[in-house]
Design a protein around this ligand. Structure first.
Ligand SMILES: [Zn+2]
Length: 97
């Protein structure tokens, strides 16, 4: 599990660079801090995160059964975990989608 490297200069992307771009929006490109090459999130990862983030809403009743009034806290933790871990899974491509 590692953060992607730049294809041109092999410098690792920073975790903070990816998280910042996630918060700005999925279509937001990231730039290699070393050689300024622009990267765009691959479509499959855009789909994955778009499905993962609202997922607990679909299981709202089930979560409420388990966590009761803490179910919204669970949702916040869920989003937090996704944002923390996603930079290790996500892959970017130099081609714009
Ligand atoms: Zn680079």
């Amino acid at each position: 599990m590692f953060v992607q490297k730049c294809r041109k200069c092999s410098k690792n992307f920073r975790w903070t660079t990816i998280v910042t771009s996630l918060l700005k929006g999925l279509g937001h490109p990231i730039e290699c801090l070393n050689c300024n090459t622009k990267y765009y999130m691959k479509m499959v990862y855009r789909v994955i995160i778009t499905v993962l983030i609202p997922l607990p809403i679909l299981f709202h009743n089930f979560l409420y059964e388990i966590f009761k009034s803490y179910s919204s806290l669970f949702y916040i933790i869920w989003i937090f975990i996704i944002i923390v871990l996603f930079p290790f899974f996500v892959r970017y491509d130099t081609k714009e989608i």
